[in-house]
Design a protein around this ligand. Sequence first.
Ligand code: FO1
Length: 332
Amino acid sequence: MSSMPATQPDVAVISGGVGAARFIRALMTAIDPTQITAVVNTGDDTTLHGLAISPDLDTIVYTLAEAIDPERGWGLVDETWRAMGALDRYATIRPDGSSAAPQWFNLGDQDLATHFYRTARLAEGATLTEVTNEIRRAWDVPVAVLPMSDERLSTMVTVTADPDAGDQPREVSFQDYFVRLRHSVPVTSVRFDGSASLSSPARAAIEHATTIVIAPSNPLVSIGPMRALTGFDDLLATRRERTVAVSPIVGGAALKGPADRMLAELGHDPSVVGVARLYRSIASVLVVDPVDADLAPEVEAAGMRCVVTPSIMSDPDVARGLAEQTLAAVVS
Ligand code: FO1
């Protein structure tokens, strides 16, 4: 490991789930982790079994605690699923129309403890910011992890056909689209339900950061909910020269999840150029993989400086190099 400078810049990472978690894990090897703040999407949050579930927050905490299941990218490693299996008994007696005992969203036995804790603390009146900080401390994660808001803003997706509703087009929650429908149906629109503001700590982290990184997350449904918060884009626009985005699209394909299809379905170019057009008003630099080096002039024509560096984080050295190059991209 190279020696770290005596004073370090503060870095705010605008984060979705898996891609952001892997990027921050790499960033932790490049700079002092206590200098990093993750501002995390909560548009995917859901309530099932009466439990408050925050998938992206948990993916970030579990990954940085080295407790994530590496294959799935969500949930805990060495997980067991006995509680989910035990729901079979109730699935047979559930009245028509009841949403009790859902089994399409898998909650592992150990993971349930996190949702129990979060739900109970929220019911006691704690804010999501407070509870997330407690969960982060319980997992010994040195990075500050902040939900984007303490208010609800829910990502809603209109799909062309829901097989569980007579194949009719309809608007469903993000987890319905992503998990129940396995993001396999075309999307015609995305909407953010609710009116919410960036939390004060999240705002302060963005205002005071030396560098702001938009993580390699889905621009529409992971970063999109943050951009739907009142004043978020205006704030980031004032920090544009200090903001660098890492493309989640490499060679026209998403590193994970449906970002490439979703971009195309919603009328965007599913390439680094499409990503640049989405981010140019809030970030000055786009980091792209060498596979997309030929598109660098188009990224620059779209209004963003383009930095080319290996960005597929399967190898720890590549991940660390990506983190270092991303930080270096906005050093003045
Ligand atoms: N993703 C799935 O594809 N299937 C699941 O059953 C599932 C359960 C789950 C439980 C807890 C959690 O924190 C995440 C979970 N995820 C699951 C992942 C998650 O829903 C998505 O990856 C994110 O919302 C997208 O960022």
